[in-house]
Design a protein around this ligand. Structure first.
Ligand SMILES: [Zn+2]
Length: 126
């Protein structure tokens, strides 16, 4: 079963909520939803820390998927603080590459939800 982009968008929107967790940590400004090979949706928010302990929303969602026993991604959607979708950073793209060597190229990424513009990870200008 394949999830629609609308479902991924709504899943990300539902968890996007920027908040201060402590003096040194904020979270939730960026939210991501990914569709796994099984068709499940996994979500994650960014965690920003005063040093380098934080994590991007996309990688948080991927780790959530791995925590739940899956390791293949079909679609990735990330909602930025301005409410628009955006491309994963280089570190997140590298993680996807290492997660699915040989077929990471097929991962679909929502670049512009309003314009319905997607790209495949293999087409990315790194
Ligand atoms: Zn990232």
């Amino acid at each position: 079963m394949s999830r629609t982009w609308e479902e991924l968008y709504e899943a990300a929107k539902a968890i996007q909520h920027e908040r201060e967790i402590s003096e040194m940590i904020s979270a939730g400004g960026v939210a991501a939803a990914i569709e796994s090979a099984s068709g499940k949706i996994y979500t994650g928010v960014c965690v920003d820390t005063a040093c380098t302990l934080g994590i991007c929303a996309e990688r948080n969602a991927i780790f959530n998927m791995i925590t739940n026993g899956e390791h293949e991604i079909k679609k990735v959607l990330a909602l930025m603080p301005n409410g628009k979708t955006g491309a994963p950073c280089g570190a997140c793209r590298e993680l996807m590459t290492q997660l699915m060597p040989g077929h990471y190229q097929e991962i679909e990424i929502m670049i512009d939800y309003e314009a319905h513009r997607t790209v495949k990870l293999g087409d990315f200008d790194a």
